[in-house]
Design a protein around this ligand. Structure first.
Ligand code: IMP
Length: 423
């Protein structure tokens, strides 16, 4: 038995989907434990591109069981659309290979409306959310006014509770001057969604524990990244869940002592979508990557902000997540550069910092301290073995290990399954 958590060490989009897909070969059960369909995981397999938002990428493998855990917020219509798209691509999805926690909270249409209304009200202080209703759904959960997936198995209670919530939230939407949610039409659509999803809904904590007792391997697929974590991220420019390794436990019911390994995933450079501080942001890197057709969001299509690798952030992420190993992705994105920079520390008001400050305003004021490395100037995308990497690329990775304190165990040199190298 070996249970592994995979988390993002940056602001999401680190290529976790690909690393999870790679690790799934030796896994029986793949679990999502936080976030919702704000996430977008792209996996390319045999030339086909699959985009996953709520469903763990283990679904692309025959014989693996995927779990949407209690820590997830689940948009029933979004999930059904995702299931239909994957099925049209030939992916098999059944109540046997996709299980949804009874206690995961639902994202309802009024949450989307509230998300968009709040963002509009924030003006130039906007967070740049995905507009999927994630924040308001978690707010309802914590406020104890949320609706949980178990209701999809109790249509009459669900309809009554939903009508009540629509009524309540429409008051806020009306006051904000935003379109209200049509009550009866929404109830009809949700009852239809409930009929489709009900066979998948079960007590997934019990399922996970039984699987562990039976000697199966679990893989926890992180969504978003450490700096989007509601507690440890660049608050308020964060998402509304615990995206760090602790969230995998609370979001699934599998306790910390049953976790054997944590793998943190980081790009060889840094990206972020949405607003908020980004110390190593660099427009030239952004132009280069966008011209290569890279770094456009899987969920919103937005061009991501880009910059140099920030080892301060990755080091702190290794600490917060208890990461044993690092998976470095997208190393091939740096192939064409004469020199490559790594940020090793920050300066803030004359002081040197080795970890990020705790406020977004202070992080915004930090200046990067860079170290310059010679680029390898070689196309890495065809390399199949770690040993065949050019010495300058190996030196870059060695330095990342020294700066972050975690061993680089996996390396991505392209989007396909066979472009993942084992160190
Ligand atoms: P929300 O999760 O939609 O509320 O958005 C909050 C912040 O998290 C915004 O900056 C989003 O762009 C960011 N975010 C949410 N999900 C992802 C993701 O999967 N990748 C990258 N950024 C994300």
């Amino acid at each position: 038995m070996s249970n592994t958590i995979v988390v993002g060490a940056q602001w999401g989009d680190e290529g976790k989907g690909k690393i999870v897909d790679y690790l799934t070969e030796n896994t029986d059960v793949v679990v999502r434990a936080a976030g919702g369909n704000n996430a977008g995981h792209t996996v390319i397999n045999n030339g086909t591109k699959y985009i996953l938002h709520l469903i763990p990428s283990g679904i692309l493998w025959e014989g693996k069981v995927c779990v949407i855990g209690n820590g997830v917020v689940m948009d029933p219509l979004g999930l059904i659309e995702e299931m239909n798209k994957l099925r049209a691509q030939g992916v098999k999805i059944t109540p046997e290979n996709l299980l949804i926690s009874e206690t995961a909270h639902l994202v309802m249409p009024y949450h989307r409306g509230l998300d968009q209304a709040r963002e509009a009200k924030r003006g130039d202080k906007k967070i740049g959310t995905t507009g999927r209703g994630i924040g308001p759904a978690y707010a309802d959960k914590v406020e104890r006014g949320g609706l949980r997936t178990i209701l999809l198995k109790q249509p009459e209670v669900f309809a009554a509770e939903l009508r009540e919530r629509i009524d309540l939230h429409n008051e806020t939407l009306r006051a904000a001057g935003v379109a209200e949610v049509p009550a009866e039409e929404t109830v009809v659509r949700m009852l239809e969604a409930a009929r489709i999803l009900a066979p998948h809904i079960t007590n997934t904590a019990v399922y996970c524990h039984e699987a562990i007792r039976a000697g199966k391997n679990l893989l926890f697929e992180g969504a978003q990244g450490t700096y989007l974590d509601i507690d440890h991220g660049t608050y308020p420019f964060v998402t509304s869940s615990n995206t760090t390794s602790g969230g995998a436990c609370t979001g699934s019911g599998v306790p910390p002592r049953m976790i054997d390994k944590v793998v943190a995933v980081a790009k060889a450079y840094t990206t972020r979508v949405g607003s908020g501080p980004f110390v190593t942001e660099n427009e030239n890197i952004g132009d280069m990557l966008h011209n290569m057709g890279r770094e456009f969001g899987a969920t919103t299509g937005r061009a991501r902000r880009c910059g140099w690798l920030d080892a301060v952030l990755v080091r702190y992420a290794v600490m917060i997540n208890g990461a044993d190993e690092l998976a470095i992705t997208n190393l091939d994105g740096l192939d064409g550069l004469d020199t490559v920079q790594i940020c090793t520390a920050y300066t803030l008001r004359g002081e040197t910092l080795n970890h990020p400050p705790s406020t977004a305003a202070d992080l915004e004021a930090c200046e990067p301290v860079y170290e310059t490395h010679q680029g390898w100037r070689q196309d890495l995308s065809g390399i199949k073995n770690f040993a065949d990497l050019p010495p300058l690329a190996k030196a870059y990775l060695k330095r990342v290990e020294e700066l972050t304190g975690a061993r680089v165990s996996l390396l991505g040199v392209g989007p396909s399954r066979d472009q993942t190298l084992v160190a």
